[in-house]
Ligand binder design. Sequence first.
Ligand code: ZN
Length: 140
Amino acid sequence: MSKSQLSAGDVLVANCTRCRQETNHTIVALVGETPAKIKCHTCGSEHKYRKPAAARKKAAPATPRARRTKAEPQAPEKQQWQNLQLNGTEKTQPYSMEARYRLMDLIEHPLFGIGQVQENSGTRKMTVLFVDGLKILRCG
Ligand SMILES: [Zn+2]
């Protein structure tokens, strides 16, 4: 069975001059075994048959999306955070602007999550290390 035997009414994929892409076409007229006139299923226009893309050299297989090899330089704060090796079982205190905390206390901030008090200068401000980095929070 030869697939090259085409006849009027057959459907083939061809470049549509109007759609400017490959679409399904119905063969309207043939010259010998070559479709001469085809009708696009997408836009309905009839036009001359053009050699399908198969005639072109096959495009190289798409390469898998290259992974970014450039490693993002790790911020020291991130490293610091990882060094804490929190596993979620630590006892944390809910963060409150009025509460007092000691160094290395673990607090839980509604926005930033769990953090560790890194610096408490006693000026009602403390530096807390969160997963996103250091933040300065008010404290009691
Ligand atoms: Zn078309």
